[in-house]
Design a protein around this ligand. Sequence first.
Ligand code: NAG
Ligand code: NAG
Ligand code: NAG
Ligand code: NAG
Ligand code: NAG
Length: 476
Amino acid sequence: MARAMVLLWACYSALLTGTCVNGLGVNWGTQTSTPLDPKYVVQMLKDNKINKVKLFDSDHWTVHQFAGTGIEVMLGIPNLNLKKFSKDYDAVQDYVKENVSDHLRDHGGVKIKYIAVGNEPFLKAYKGEYEKTIFPALKNVQKALNEAGLGNKIKATIPQNADVYNSGTAGPSAGNFRPEIRDLMVKISRFLDENNCPFIVNIYPFLSLYENEDFPIEFAFFDGGGQGVQDRNIHYTNMLDANLDTLTYSLKKAGANKVKIIVGEIGWPTDGNQHANAKMARRFYNGLLKKLASNKGTPLHPGYIEVYLFSLTDENQKSVAPGYFERHWGIFRYDGQPKFPIDFSGQGNEKMPVGAKNVTYLSHQWCVLNDDVKNMSKVRVTLDYACSLGDCTSLSYGSSCNRLSERMNASYAFNMYYQMNEQSVEACDFNGVAKITNRNYSTQECLFPVEIMSAAGKNLAGTSVLVGLLSLLALS
Ligand SMILES: *[C@@H]1O[C@H](CO)[C@@H](O)[C@H](O)[C@H]1NC(C)=O
Ligand SMILES: *[C@@H]1O[C@H](CO)[C@@H](O)[C@H](O)[C@H]1NC(C)=O
Ligand SMILES: *[C@@H]1O[C@H](CO)[C@@H](O)[C@H](O)[C@H]1NC(C)=O
Ligand SMILES: *[C@@H]1O[C@H](CO)[C@@H](O)[C@H](O)[C@H]1NC(C)=O
Ligand SMILES: *[C@@H]1O[C@H](CO)[C@@H](O)[C@H](O)[C@H]1NC(C)=O
């Protein structure tokens, strides 16, 4: 009772100061050369009053850091595990014991509420690879949770990409699951409904704009500009509402009427494309967070919407197959420092969020092109190599470093490779055309980063990149 009073008061006083964001969540992915220490991430979430986090795996050490924090955690089971989890129930039980139950007892307990089984398994790029395993895996996970006595508290679900359903040009009321996967989506939706599990969908107005030049840009934002979409007697002014209501119609047609919808990912990238920059991201989040704080919901679902922003930090090792912007979804940079003002409370205040504290950087040094190199054709080969293993997405058209000179281009590529290899001396050779310098080569628009110190023993990715380069040089 006393505890409940304290909690109520905490929330009430937070409301007065405008910080009680109604259950705002954020995704934290770690496909980066040096992930931030989970301890710092926990602090960062607390400092910014974000009380839910969605992870892409169930790494024990990471999850453990959330014990006793009160931050709600959504665990992830990668697609790679779906095959095993679809047919090996013992393995699923082991997973639930080791990665779920054990954490509930750990130092005040980790507040685990959802298990995301797979991630966007019906992406067209996977060509149906997970269609046979995803539903059995989902059922096995919920069954194992039930048998462990956790089924009422912890729910399994599947984060879906939004193109599992569509409505053509007719508007949300014509919404339905894609014909090729409809039967399976109907079964999954009904299972979620019957077991009180939520339906999670990832919605990206940015991708609609990226994929379709004719997409009405105003519809991606929340300022009410542009024509919008008229559907019978409802007028939609933004894509999020239209998309969520398309899903609601699809679920209705599937006979899954009361399933709760959660937005598992939504955000705007800041680099790697002409529409990806801090200004547009700021506009998007400002509109989104105000909308969420107002609890207006959508025309079909007035009220609170549970949302996980994508993403907390940049990830410089994500595949660029979807586009160069893919590594720049972070609200914060790779080092946990803010990029633009954002008010997580949805009050629209112009303030920078609180960055990660206690982050340690490697030495303030950079790897750049040697001044005495004159023959650039020699440089181009090494530049291409550095870019194939490092991260040159910020050099691409429309990006923050696209206007560098050819020499600076090479320096940028060399530095990214060098930093991602933890400033190893061998990683700044490039057949003798590169050198290490204490001079900061960053320009006003283009940051030449300095890598952060890895949390003990966690960074093995960089090493394998370096081994790759050494063996290539040995061959040439
Ligand atoms: C950050 O450093 C300060 C001062 O050394 C320390 O008190 C604090 O606990 C540290 N925070 C984290 C999250 O490690
Ligand atoms: C627990 O999760 C981690 C990280 O996702 C995974 O490597 C490990 O295999 C899982 N444990 C079991 C028993 O499945
Ligand atoms: C520049 O380097 C390329 C490739 O190593 C070589 O073929 C070319 O002859 C060089 N040009 C000059 C002017 O040295
Ligand atoms: C620098 O590299 C980018 C990406 O490869 C390219 O688009 C641009 O034209 C280059 N700039 C110069 C001056 O070579
Ligand atoms: C390098 O310069 C950039 C741009 O002025 C700055 O943001 C960055 O903090 C500097 N890096 C270091 C390590 O001093």
